[in-house]
Design a protein around this ligand. Structure first.
Ligand code: WQD
Length: 338
């Protein structure tokens, strides 16, 4: 009998790729999602990739009754908690909504888990909890901080979980600090699919590649980096999904909790990403230098050692595959392929 795993926000970018990885590993992944940032045709695309129609409960992680019904309907072995708001800029404009959704959603979920006797949780965190890093690459024991309400909710969420685990040994919690997710499933049928204006670099580059944007705005070229543009640790979303599977398996195997970076340890600049995407789509993609974006840091990349030591996880896919897979997805999604 396949073990059931609840994926809150499982219809999102990382969640949907993790759903595929869990399904292919023999789990029964159950999605809870309000589809506020997911396309209505996603379930059919997940079925097309795996041959299995996903079990989806439409609703919010803030709905305790809905959570109770899910835990009553399934013997949930563990929960992977993706459901959260994640746009830095939006969080500055709407701090209360970010606290309500990201922290209120977490505590509502934890209460429902405890009531159901489910104590294994994988938590979606972010390198944003390092604030402005004081060293590179960044190890997990680097100082933490926040520079915006989104980062606050991620760090506060981690600390709620650390205190919960310290108070009750039944909890086994994996905290995964994502660096910069990028790319798409190799099938080209799921990928980053922002409903409105994208927040992140690769979806913007993809919009230039399909001709929806005339040029990429490069937010500053005067940083203290090799080519002056921002350096980040991009990790392929399929590697990220694998990292969740490793964390889940460690918890199910009776391993204790862990806090790990999910990154490659390799930084790439904005211009390097743009050039790589141009090679993937077969043309030079135009850019203009724009002013720095408020809150941006020069460089950020992971020390990935602990994930390898604790979970046996290493990212395998490189920048080229992130760009090729993204281009395959976005050209299919927009009908520009061929
Ligand atoms: C990457 C680089 C920009 C767009 C954010 C969150 C983080 C996580 C990942 C949730 C930077 C530059 C971007 C553009 C550009 N999200 N850029 N032109 O800011 O590193 O991280 O997303 O967990 O928490 O903070 O990612 O993709 O926005 O930017 O020049 O149109 O690309 O300046 O150097 P970021 P990003």
């Amino acid at each position: 009998m396949a073990q059931s795993v609840l994926l809150t926000g499982g219809a999102g970018y990382i969640g949907s790729h993790t759903w595929v990885a869990l399904r292919e590993a023999g789990f029964h992944p159950v999605i809870l999602d309000d589809f506020s940032n997911a396309a209505e045709d996603l379930p059919e695309r997940l079925r097309a990739i795996t041959g299995t129609a996903p079990e989806i409960w439409r609703g919010s992680v803030l709905d305790a009754d809905q959570l109770g019904r899910i835990f009553a309907a399934h013997d949930i072995a563990a929960v992977i908690h993706f459901a959260a708001r994640k746009a830095v800029g939006e969080s500055v404009r709407m701090p209360l909504e970010y606290v309500q959704t990201n922290l209120g959603g977490l505590t509502t979920l934890l209460e429902a888990m405890r009531a159901a006797g489910v104590f294994r949780l994988v938590f979606s965190s972010s390198a944003t909890v390092y604030g402005v890093p004081d060293r590179l690459p960044i190890p997990e024991d680097a100082p933490t901080g926040f520079t915006n309400p989104y980062g606050f909710t991620k760090l506060a969420g981690e600390q709620v979980l650390q205190q919960l685990a310290a108070s009750d040994p039944r909890w086994a919690i994996g905290i995964l600090r994502y660096f910069n997710p990028a790319g798409a499933h190799a099938s080209g049928r799921i990928g980053e699919d922002p409903r409105d204006v994208p927040n992140n670099l690769m979806p913007f580059i993809a919009r230039v590649a399909v001709g929806d944007l005339p040029a990429l705005q490069v937010f500053g070229d005067d940083y203290d980096t090799p080519d002056g543009t921002g350096v980040r640790d991009y990790i392929h979303v399929e590697d990220l999904a694998e990292g969740h599977l490793r964390s889940l398996s460690a918890l199910l195997d009776g391993g204790g909790g862990h806090v790990v970076n999910l990154g490659t340890g390799q930084g790439y600049s904005v211009l390097e990403m743009l050039a790589a995407y141009g090679r993937a789509c077969g043309r030079v993609l135009p850019h203009v230098i724009a002013p720095r974006r408020a809150g941006d840091i020069a460089a950020c990349y992971a020390d990935p050692t602990r994930a390898a030591d604790v979970l046996g996880f290493r990212a395998r896919r490189g920048l080229e595959e992130m760009c090729v897979s993204s281009w395959r997805w976005i050209s299919w999604r927009t009908g520009r392929e061929g």
